[in-house]
Design a binder for this molecule. Structure first.
Ligand SMILES: C[S@@+](CC[C@H](N)C(=O)[O-])C[C@H]1O[C@@H](n2cnc3c(N)ncnc32)[C@H](O)[C@@H]1O
Length: 459
Protein backbone atom coordinates (compact mmCIF):
# COMPACT_ATOMS: atom_id res chain seq x y z
CA UNK A 1 0.00 0.00 0.00
CA UNK A 2 1.53 3.32 -1.13
CA UNK A 3 0.96 5.91 1.61
CA UNK A 4 2.39 9.38 2.23
CA UNK A 5 4.43 7.99 5.13
CA UNK A 6 5.88 5.27 2.91
CA UNK A 7 6.87 7.87 0.25
CA UNK A 8 8.48 10.06 2.93
CA UNK A 9 10.44 7.09 4.29
CA UNK A 10 11.78 6.11 0.84
CA UNK A 11 12.62 9.73 0.04
CA UNK A 12 14.97 9.92 3.03
CA UNK A 13 16.72 6.63 2.21
CA UNK A 14 18.68 8.54 -0.42
CA UNK A 15 19.53 5.46 -2.52
CA UNK A 16 17.16 5.92 -5.42
CA UNK A 17 14.23 4.14 -3.77
CA UNK A 18 11.75 6.74 -5.01
CA UNK A 19 13.09 6.41 -8.57
CA UNK A 20 12.56 2.64 -8.35
CA UNK A 21 9.08 3.08 -6.96
CA UNK A 22 8.16 5.42 -9.83
CA UNK A 23 9.63 2.97 -12.37
CA UNK A 24 7.33 0.19 -11.20
CA UNK A 25 4.15 2.28 -11.59
CA UNK A 26 1.92 1.42 -14.53
CA UNK A 27 -0.37 4.47 -14.56
CA UNK A 28 0.15 8.23 -14.54
CA UNK A 29 -2.18 8.63 -11.53
CA UNK A 30 0.17 6.66 -9.24
CA UNK A 31 3.24 8.53 -10.49
CA UNK A 32 1.47 11.80 -9.80
CA UNK A 33 0.54 10.61 -6.32
CA UNK A 34 4.20 9.98 -5.54
CA UNK A 35 5.37 13.26 -7.05
CA UNK A 36 2.70 15.27 -5.28
CA UNK A 37 3.63 13.81 -1.90
CA UNK A 38 7.37 14.24 -2.02
CA UNK A 39 7.38 17.51 -0.02
CA UNK A 40 10.78 19.06 0.68
CA UNK A 41 13.62 17.15 -0.98
CA UNK A 42 16.68 16.13 1.07
CA UNK A 43 20.14 17.17 -0.17
CA UNK A 44 21.06 13.54 -1.01
CA UNK A 45 17.93 13.05 -3.13
CA UNK A 46 18.62 11.15 -6.38
CA UNK A 47 16.82 13.22 -8.95
CA UNK A 48 17.76 11.74 -12.35
CA UNK A 49 14.37 10.06 -12.73
CA UNK A 50 12.65 13.47 -12.48
CA UNK A 51 14.44 14.62 -15.64
CA UNK A 52 13.37 11.45 -17.45
CA UNK A 53 9.78 12.24 -16.52
CA UNK A 54 10.01 15.51 -18.46
CA UNK A 55 9.37 13.34 -21.54
CA UNK A 56 6.38 11.55 -20.03
CA UNK A 57 3.29 11.59 -22.32
CA UNK A 58 1.04 12.84 -19.48
CA UNK A 59 1.15 16.62 -18.99
CA UNK A 60 0.35 16.38 -15.27
CA UNK A 61 3.34 14.06 -14.73
CA UNK A 62 5.62 16.50 -16.56
CA UNK A 63 4.19 19.34 -14.48
CA UNK A 64 4.83 17.53 -11.20
CA UNK A 65 8.33 16.60 -12.34
CA UNK A 66 9.05 20.28 -13.08
CA UNK A 67 7.70 21.26 -9.66
CA UNK A 68 10.05 18.87 -7.92
CA UNK A 69 13.03 19.86 -10.04
CA UNK A 70 12.29 23.43 -8.93
CA UNK A 71 12.78 22.30 -5.32
CA UNK A 72 16.31 21.05 -6.04
CA UNK A 73 17.57 24.64 -6.18
CA UNK A 74 21.39 24.56 -6.48
CA UNK A 75 21.51 21.03 -7.89
CA UNK A 76 18.89 21.46 -10.55
CA UNK A 77 19.57 21.45 -14.27
CA UNK A 78 17.86 24.60 -15.53
CA UNK A 79 18.81 23.80 -19.11
CA UNK A 80 16.61 20.70 -19.04
CA UNK A 81 13.71 22.91 -17.95
CA UNK A 82 14.49 25.41 -20.66
CA UNK A 83 14.57 22.68 -23.32
CA UNK A 84 11.17 21.49 -22.14
CA UNK A 85 9.83 25.06 -22.19
CA UNK A 86 10.91 25.36 -25.83
CA UNK A 87 9.07 22.22 -26.94
CA UNK A 88 6.19 22.09 -24.43
CA UNK A 89 2.64 22.73 -25.68
CA UNK A 90 0.72 22.36 -22.41
CA UNK A 91 0.02 25.78 -20.86
CA UNK A 92 0.10 24.50 -17.28
CA UNK A 93 3.50 22.85 -17.69
CA UNK A 94 4.97 25.91 -19.39
CA UNK A 95 3.77 28.12 -16.53
CA UNK A 96 5.16 25.72 -13.96
CA UNK A 97 8.59 25.79 -15.64
CA UNK A 98 8.76 29.57 -15.31
CA UNK A 99 7.43 29.47 -11.77
CA UNK A 100 9.96 26.77 -10.77
CA UNK A 101 12.88 28.73 -12.23
CA UNK A 102 11.64 31.91 -10.52
CA UNK A 103 11.25 30.17 -7.14
CA UNK A 104 14.91 29.20 -7.18
CA UNK A 105 15.77 32.88 -6.61
CA UNK A 106 19.14 32.42 -8.35
CA UNK A 107 20.60 35.51 -9.98
CA UNK A 108 22.09 33.27 -12.68
CA UNK A 109 18.47 32.63 -13.77
CA UNK A 110 17.78 36.30 -14.43
CA UNK A 111 18.61 36.14 -18.16
CA UNK A 112 16.24 33.19 -18.53
CA UNK A 113 13.46 35.07 -16.78
CA UNK A 114 14.03 38.05 -19.10
CA UNK A 115 13.48 35.69 -22.02
CA UNK A 116 10.11 34.62 -20.59
CA UNK A 117 8.97 38.26 -20.50
CA UNK A 118 8.35 38.09 -24.24
CA UNK A 119 6.11 35.01 -24.02
CA UNK A 120 2.59 35.39 -25.43
CA UNK A 121 0.94 33.95 -22.30
CA UNK A 122 0.33 36.80 -19.80
CA UNK A 123 0.46 34.35 -16.88
CA UNK A 124 3.98 33.29 -17.89
CA UNK A 125 5.02 36.93 -18.08
CA UNK A 126 3.55 37.55 -14.61
CA UNK A 127 5.38 34.49 -13.24
CA UNK A 128 8.63 35.77 -14.73
CA UNK A 129 8.00 39.22 -13.24
CA UNK A 130 7.37 37.61 -9.87
CA UNK A 131 10.64 35.70 -10.16
CA UNK A 132 12.51 38.87 -11.04
CA UNK A 133 10.98 41.09 -8.36
CA UNK A 134 12.80 39.12 -5.67
CA UNK A 135 15.98 40.89 -6.81
CA UNK A 136 15.19 44.12 -5.00
CA UNK A 137 16.94 47.35 -6.04
CA UNK A 138 18.54 45.56 -8.98
CA UNK A 139 18.97 48.19 -11.72
CA UNK A 140 19.24 45.61 -14.49
CA UNK A 141 15.95 43.97 -13.46
CA UNK A 142 14.28 47.36 -13.20
CA UNK A 143 15.45 48.28 -16.70
CA UNK A 144 13.84 45.12 -18.08
CA UNK A 145 10.60 45.47 -16.15
CA UNK A 146 9.75 49.19 -16.28
CA UNK A 147 8.94 49.26 -20.03
CA UNK A 148 6.27 46.62 -19.42
CA UNK A 149 4.05 49.36 -17.95
CA UNK A 150 2.94 49.80 -21.58
CA UNK A 151 2.40 46.07 -22.14
CA UNK A 152 -0.78 45.10 -23.98
CA UNK A 153 -1.97 42.91 -21.11
CA UNK A 154 -3.75 44.70 -18.27
CA UNK A 155 -2.48 42.38 -15.49
CA UNK A 156 1.11 42.93 -16.56
CA UNK A 157 0.59 46.69 -16.72
CA UNK A 158 -1.02 46.74 -13.27
CA UNK A 159 1.79 44.79 -11.59
CA UNK A 160 4.50 46.98 -13.12
CA UNK A 161 2.60 50.16 -12.37
CA UNK A 162 2.23 49.15 -8.75
CA UNK A 163 5.92 48.26 -8.41
CA UNK A 164 7.54 51.19 -10.13
CA UNK A 165 5.12 54.02 -10.77
CA UNK A 166 2.33 54.16 -8.17
CA UNK A 167 4.51 55.56 -5.40
CA UNK A 168 6.00 58.21 -7.69
CA UNK A 169 2.60 59.45 -8.93
CA UNK A 170 0.63 59.43 -5.75
CA UNK A 171 -0.58 62.89 -4.75
CA UNK A 172 -0.69 62.73 -1.01
CA UNK A 173 -3.86 63.95 0.62
CA UNK A 174 -3.42 66.29 3.56
CA UNK A 175 -5.87 64.31 5.65
CA UNK A 176 -5.69 60.96 7.43
CA UNK A 177 -7.71 58.30 5.59
CA UNK A 178 -10.66 58.28 7.99
CA UNK A 179 -11.07 62.05 8.22
CA UNK A 180 -12.65 64.63 5.97
CA UNK A 181 -13.01 68.40 5.70
CA UNK A 182 -15.30 70.20 8.12
CA UNK A 183 -16.97 72.23 5.36
CA UNK A 184 -18.20 69.08 3.60
CA UNK A 185 -19.90 67.53 6.59
CA UNK A 186 -23.69 67.23 6.22
CA UNK A 187 -23.93 69.73 3.42
CA UNK A 188 -26.33 69.96 0.48
CA UNK A 189 -25.42 72.29 -2.36
CA UNK A 190 -28.00 73.54 -4.83
CA UNK A 191 -25.81 73.49 -7.95
CA UNK A 192 -24.62 71.60 -10.94
CA UNK A 193 -22.41 68.90 -9.49
CA UNK A 194 -19.49 69.79 -11.77
CA UNK A 195 -19.56 73.38 -10.54
CA UNK A 196 -19.69 72.37 -6.88
CA UNK A 197 -16.90 69.80 -7.20
CA UNK A 198 -14.47 72.50 -8.32
CA UNK A 199 -14.28 73.49 -4.65
CA UNK A 200 -13.87 70.00 -3.22
CA UNK A 201 -10.30 68.89 -2.45
CA UNK A 202 -8.75 65.62 -3.62
CA UNK A 203 -9.46 62.53 -1.55
CA UNK A 204 -12.22 63.84 0.68
CA UNK A 205 -15.09 61.34 0.36
CA UNK A 206 -15.24 57.73 1.53
CA UNK A 207 -18.20 56.45 -0.48
CA UNK A 208 -20.30 57.64 -3.40
CA UNK A 209 -23.72 56.16 -3.92
CA UNK A 210 -25.81 57.68 -6.64
CA UNK A 211 -28.46 57.27 -9.26
CA UNK A 212 -27.68 59.55 -12.20
CA UNK A 213 -30.39 60.97 -14.45
CA UNK A 214 -31.80 58.30 -16.78
CA UNK A 215 -30.71 60.15 -19.96
CA UNK A 216 -33.89 61.84 -21.25
CA UNK A 217 -36.34 59.32 -19.84
CA UNK A 218 -37.45 61.60 -16.98
CA UNK A 219 -38.14 65.28 -17.17
CA UNK A 220 -35.57 66.61 -14.68
CA UNK A 221 -32.62 66.80 -17.04
CA UNK A 222 -32.50 66.88 -20.82
CA UNK A 223 -29.36 66.22 -22.88
CA UNK A 224 -28.92 67.12 -26.56
CA UNK A 225 -27.73 63.58 -27.38
CA UNK A 226 -26.92 60.24 -25.73
CA UNK A 227 -23.23 60.91 -26.36
CA UNK A 228 -23.52 64.28 -24.60
CA UNK A 229 -25.15 62.47 -21.66
CA UNK A 230 -22.35 59.89 -21.46
CA UNK A 231 -19.71 62.63 -21.75
CA UNK A 232 -21.37 64.45 -18.86
CA UNK A 233 -21.37 61.32 -16.67
CA UNK A 234 -17.77 60.68 -17.70
CA UNK A 235 -16.81 64.08 -16.29
CA UNK A 236 -18.85 63.62 -13.11
CA UNK A 237 -17.25 60.25 -12.32
CA UNK A 238 -13.77 61.51 -13.19
CA UNK A 239 -14.24 64.25 -10.66
CA UNK A 240 -15.77 61.79 -8.21
CA UNK A 241 -12.64 59.68 -8.65
CA UNK A 242 -10.44 62.67 -7.82
CA UNK A 243 -12.33 63.45 -4.59
CA UNK A 244 -12.57 59.80 -3.49
CA UNK A 245 -10.16 58.47 -0.92
CA UNK A 246 -7.70 55.80 -1.90
CA UNK A 247 -9.27 52.39 -2.43
CA UNK A 248 -12.82 53.51 -1.63
CA UNK A 249 -16.04 52.69 -3.43
CA UNK A 250 -18.40 54.13 -6.02
CA UNK A 251 -21.79 52.52 -6.45
CA UNK A 252 -23.86 53.63 -9.41
CA UNK A 253 -27.51 52.68 -9.72
CA UNK A 254 -28.63 52.63 -13.34
CA UNK A 255 -30.66 50.56 -15.73
CA UNK A 256 -31.29 50.39 -19.44
CA UNK A 257 -34.03 52.81 -20.40
CA UNK A 258 -36.51 53.13 -23.19
CA UNK A 259 -37.29 56.31 -25.09
CA UNK A 260 -40.77 56.00 -26.61
CA UNK A 261 -41.18 56.07 -30.38
CA UNK A 262 -41.71 59.35 -32.19
CA UNK A 263 -44.70 58.02 -34.13
CA UNK A 264 -46.34 54.71 -35.05
CA UNK A 265 -44.02 54.34 -38.04
CA UNK A 266 -40.89 54.40 -35.80
CA UNK A 267 -39.69 52.09 -33.09
CA UNK A 268 -38.93 53.01 -29.52
CA UNK A 269 -35.24 53.04 -28.65
CA UNK A 270 -33.57 51.22 -25.81
CA UNK A 271 -30.32 52.57 -24.28
CA UNK A 272 -28.04 50.23 -22.32
CA UNK A 273 -26.81 52.89 -19.88
CA UNK A 274 -24.95 50.55 -17.45
CA UNK A 275 -23.04 48.87 -20.28
CA UNK A 276 -22.21 52.12 -22.05
CA UNK A 277 -21.10 53.83 -18.85
CA UNK A 278 -18.85 50.99 -17.68
CA UNK A 279 -15.93 51.58 -20.13
CA UNK A 280 -15.76 55.25 -19.11
CA UNK A 281 -15.51 54.35 -15.44
CA UNK A 282 -12.80 51.77 -15.97
CA UNK A 283 -10.83 54.10 -18.22
CA UNK A 284 -10.87 56.71 -15.45
CA UNK A 285 -9.37 54.47 -12.80
CA UNK A 286 -12.44 52.83 -11.31
CA UNK A 287 -11.84 49.12 -10.83
CA UNK A 288 -14.93 47.00 -11.47
CA UNK A 289 -15.84 44.99 -8.36
CA UNK A 290 -19.42 43.70 -8.53
CA UNK A 291 -22.76 43.94 -10.23
CA UNK A 292 -25.65 43.84 -7.83
CA UNK A 293 -29.13 43.37 -9.21
CA UNK A 294 -31.95 45.30 -7.61
CA UNK A 295 -35.00 43.11 -8.21
CA UNK A 296 -38.46 44.68 -8.00
CA UNK A 297 -41.84 42.97 -7.84
CA UNK A 298 -43.32 42.54 -11.32
CA UNK A 299 -46.49 44.36 -10.33
CA UNK A 300 -44.49 47.51 -9.58
CA UNK A 301 -42.99 47.96 -13.07
CA UNK A 302 -44.36 49.12 -16.40
CA UNK A 303 -46.12 46.41 -18.39
CA UNK A 304 -44.28 45.69 -21.66
CA UNK A 305 -45.26 42.06 -22.14
CA UNK A 306 -48.96 42.84 -22.82
CA UNK A 307 -48.66 42.94 -26.63
CA UNK A 308 -46.69 39.69 -26.76
CA UNK A 309 -49.24 37.98 -24.50
CA UNK A 310 -51.81 38.64 -27.20
CA UNK A 311 -49.86 37.75 -30.36
CA UNK A 312 -47.11 35.33 -29.10
CA UNK A 313 -45.05 35.97 -32.23
CA UNK A 314 -41.30 35.37 -31.89
CA UNK A 315 -39.15 38.49 -32.18
CA UNK A 316 -41.90 40.56 -30.61
CA UNK A 317 -41.00 39.39 -27.09
CA UNK A 318 -40.59 42.30 -24.65
CA UNK A 319 -40.15 41.16 -21.04
CA UNK A 320 -41.13 43.36 -18.12
CA UNK A 321 -37.95 44.96 -16.74
CA UNK A 322 -37.90 44.16 -13.05
CA UNK A 323 -34.22 44.89 -12.44
CA UNK A 324 -31.81 47.74 -12.07
CA UNK A 325 -28.07 47.53 -11.57
CA UNK A 326 -25.93 48.63 -8.70
CA UNK A 327 -22.52 48.78 -10.36
CA UNK A 328 -19.82 48.55 -7.72
CA UNK A 329 -16.37 50.05 -8.37
CA UNK A 330 -13.31 50.75 -6.26
CA UNK A 331 -10.83 53.55 -6.79
CA UNK A 332 -7.88 51.65 -8.22
CA UNK A 333 -5.02 51.34 -5.80
CA UNK A 334 -2.11 49.05 -5.17
CA UNK A 335 -3.26 48.76 -1.57
CA UNK A 336 -5.38 45.84 -0.39
CA UNK A 337 -8.78 46.36 1.29
CA UNK A 338 -7.13 45.36 4.52
CA UNK A 339 -5.14 48.60 4.41
CA UNK A 340 -8.38 50.61 4.30
CA UNK A 341 -9.87 48.64 7.18
CA UNK A 342 -6.76 48.99 9.33
CA UNK A 343 -6.93 52.79 9.03
CA UNK A 344 -9.90 52.77 11.44
CA UNK A 345 -9.89 52.72 15.19
CA UNK A 346 -10.89 49.20 16.38
CA UNK A 347 -13.88 50.70 18.19
CA UNK A 348 -15.22 52.20 14.92
CA UNK A 349 -14.66 48.87 13.16
CA UNK A 350 -16.56 47.08 15.93
CA UNK A 351 -19.42 49.61 15.92
CA UNK A 352 -19.70 49.51 12.13
CA UNK A 353 -19.91 45.72 11.85
CA UNK A 354 -22.84 44.60 9.72
CA UNK A 355 -25.50 42.88 11.81
CA UNK A 356 -27.03 39.48 11.06
CA UNK A 357 -29.56 39.30 8.25
CA UNK A 358 -27.32 40.91 5.62
CA UNK A 359 -27.80 40.02 1.98
CA UNK A 360 -25.69 37.07 0.89
CA UNK A 361 -26.26 37.21 -2.86
CA UNK A 362 -25.96 39.85 -5.54
CA UNK A 363 -29.72 39.84 -6.08
CA UNK A 364 -31.44 42.26 -3.75
CA UNK A 365 -35.23 42.03 -3.64
CA UNK A 366 -36.44 45.47 -2.62
CA UNK A 367 -39.73 47.24 -3.34
CA UNK A 368 -39.34 50.50 -5.25
CA UNK A 369 -40.38 53.73 -3.64
CA UNK A 370 -42.87 56.17 -5.12
CA UNK A 371 -42.92 59.82 -4.21
CA UNK A 372 -45.36 62.61 -4.97
CA UNK A 373 -42.63 65.15 -5.81
CA UNK A 374 -39.65 63.23 -7.17
CA UNK A 375 -40.15 60.54 -9.81
CA UNK A 376 -37.07 58.39 -9.08
CA UNK A 377 -36.17 58.15 -5.44
CA UNK A 378 -34.10 55.44 -3.77
CA UNK A 379 -35.89 53.08 -1.40
CA UNK A 380 -34.38 53.63 2.05
CA UNK A 381 -33.61 49.90 2.31
CA UNK A 382 -31.39 50.07 -0.77
CA UNK A 383 -29.47 53.03 0.66
CA UNK A 384 -29.17 51.36 4.04
CA UNK A 385 -27.54 48.27 2.59
CA UNK A 386 -25.08 50.16 0.42
CA UNK A 387 -24.04 52.51 3.20
CA UNK A 388 -23.70 49.74 5.78
CA UNK A 389 -21.77 47.39 3.49
CA UNK A 390 -19.44 49.96 1.96
CA UNK A 391 -18.67 52.55 4.66
CA UNK A 392 -17.72 52.89 8.31
CA UNK A 393 -19.36 55.09 10.92
CA UNK A 394 -18.13 58.68 10.63
CA UNK A 395 -17.31 58.31 6.90
CA UNK A 396 -18.40 60.94 4.37
CA UNK A 397 -20.96 59.63 1.87
CA UNK A 398 -21.42 61.59 -1.36
CA UNK A 399 -24.36 61.71 -3.78
CA UNK A 400 -23.76 63.96 -6.79
CA UNK A 401 -27.40 63.58 -7.88
CA UNK A 402 -29.07 64.15 -4.53
CA UNK A 403 -32.73 64.25 -5.69
CA UNK A 404 -34.94 64.06 -2.62
CA UNK A 405 -31.92 63.44 -0.38
CA UNK A 406 -32.43 59.76 0.51
CA UNK A 407 -28.69 59.11 0.67
CA UNK A 408 -28.21 62.03 3.06
CA UNK A 409 -30.99 61.08 5.44
CA UNK A 410 -29.99 57.42 5.49
CA UNK A 411 -26.32 58.25 6.00
CA UNK A 412 -27.23 60.43 8.95
CA UNK A 413 -29.44 57.74 10.47
CA UNK A 414 -26.52 55.31 10.17
CA UNK A 415 -24.12 57.74 11.87
CA UNK A 416 -22.27 58.62 8.71
CA UNK A 417 -21.75 62.13 7.31
CA UNK A 418 -23.04 63.21 3.92
CA UNK A 419 -22.38 65.65 1.11
CA UNK A 420 -24.98 66.07 -1.65
CA UNK A 421 -25.37 68.18 -4.73
CA UNK A 422 -28.70 68.74 -6.48
CA UNK A 423 -29.20 71.11 -9.33
CA UNK A 424 -33.00 71.50 -9.42
CA UNK A 425 -34.28 74.13 -6.95
CA UNK A 426 -37.59 72.28 -6.54
CA UNK A 427 -35.85 69.11 -5.31
CA UNK A 428 -33.43 71.12 -3.20
CA UNK A 429 -36.41 72.77 -1.49
CA UNK A 430 -38.17 69.44 -1.18
CA UNK A 431 -35.11 68.04 0.59
CA UNK A 432 -35.19 70.95 3.00
CA UNK A 433 -38.87 70.42 3.73
CA UNK A 434 -38.26 66.72 4.45
CA UNK A 435 -35.39 67.59 6.75
CA UNK A 436 -37.67 69.70 8.98
CA UNK A 437 -39.41 66.64 10.35
CA UNK A 438 -36.23 64.78 11.10
CA UNK A 439 -33.22 64.60 13.32
CA UNK A 440 -33.91 67.77 15.30
CA UNK A 441 -32.00 66.28 18.18
CA UNK A 442 -28.97 65.15 16.21
CA UNK A 443 -25.95 67.23 17.15
CA UNK A 444 -24.92 68.14 13.58
CA UNK A 445 -27.57 69.99 11.59
CA UNK A 446 -27.66 69.91 7.80
CA UNK A 447 -26.50 72.98 5.90
CA UNK A 448 -28.42 73.77 2.70
CA UNK A 449 -26.24 76.04 0.58
CA UNK A 450 -26.21 77.91 -2.69
CA UNK A 451 -23.10 77.56 -4.82
CA UNK A 452 -21.95 81.00 -3.67
CA UNK A 453 -22.32 80.07 -0.01
CA UNK A 454 -20.51 76.80 -0.64
CA UNK A 455 -17.62 78.61 -2.35
CA UNK A 456 -17.35 80.87 0.67
CA UNK A 457 -17.10 78.09 3.23
CA UNK A 458 -14.74 76.07 1.01
CA UNK A 459 -12.11 78.83 1.08
C1 LIG B 1 -32.36 59.77 -10.41
S1 LIG B 1 -32.48 61.24 -9.55
C2 LIG B 1 -31.79 60.86 -8.00
C3 LIG B 1 -32.80 60.57 -6.94
C4 LIG B 1 -32.21 60.27 -5.62
N1 LIG B 1 -31.41 59.07 -5.64
C5 LIG B 1 -33.27 60.15 -4.54
O1 LIG B 1 -33.27 59.16 -3.78
O2 LIG B 1 -34.10 61.02 -4.41
C6 LIG B 1 -31.28 62.24 -10.29
C7 LIG B 1 -31.20 63.65 -9.76
O3 LIG B 1 -30.07 64.30 -10.33
C8 LIG B 1 -30.36 65.68 -10.48
N2 LIG B 1 -29.40 66.23 -11.43
C9 LIG B 1 -29.40 66.10 -12.77
N3 LIG B 1 -28.34 66.72 -13.31
C10 LIG B 1 -27.63 67.25 -12.29
C11 LIG B 1 -26.43 67.99 -12.20
N4 LIG B 1 -25.76 68.35 -13.29
N5 LIG B 1 -25.97 68.35 -10.98
C12 LIG B 1 -26.66 68.01 -9.85
N6 LIG B 1 -27.83 67.32 -9.88
C13 LIG B 1 -28.30 66.94 -11.08
C14 LIG B 1 -31.79 65.66 -10.96
O4 LIG B 1 -32.41 66.90 -10.72
C15 LIG B 1 -32.39 64.53 -10.13
O5 LIG B 1 -33.00 65.00 -8.97
Amino acid sequence: MMTKEYITKLKHNGNGDIANLVKTQRDAGSINYILENLGQLPSNFQSDFLYKLLDHPHAQVRLNAVKNIGKLKENSDVNALLELYNRETDTGVRREIVSAIGRQRKSTNKSLLYKFLSDTDPKIICQAIRGLLVFENDKDVEEHLRPLVNHENEMVRTVIYKEYFAKEKKQKSNLPHIETYEFLKNVVVNADVLEALKYVPNESVHLTFTSPPYYNARDYSIYPSYQAYLDFLDKVFQETHRITKEGRFLIVNTSPIIIPRVSRSHSSKRYGIPFDLHPYLVKNGWEFIDDIIWLKPEASVKNRIGGFMQHRKPLGYKPNSVTEYLMVYRKSTEKLLDWNMRSYDPKIVEDSKVADGYETTNVWRIDPCFDKVHSAIFPVELCKRVIQYYSYKGDLVFDPFGGSGTVGRTAKALERLFFLTEQEPKYFEYMQSKQKYQSIFKERTTRFLTLEQFKEIAK
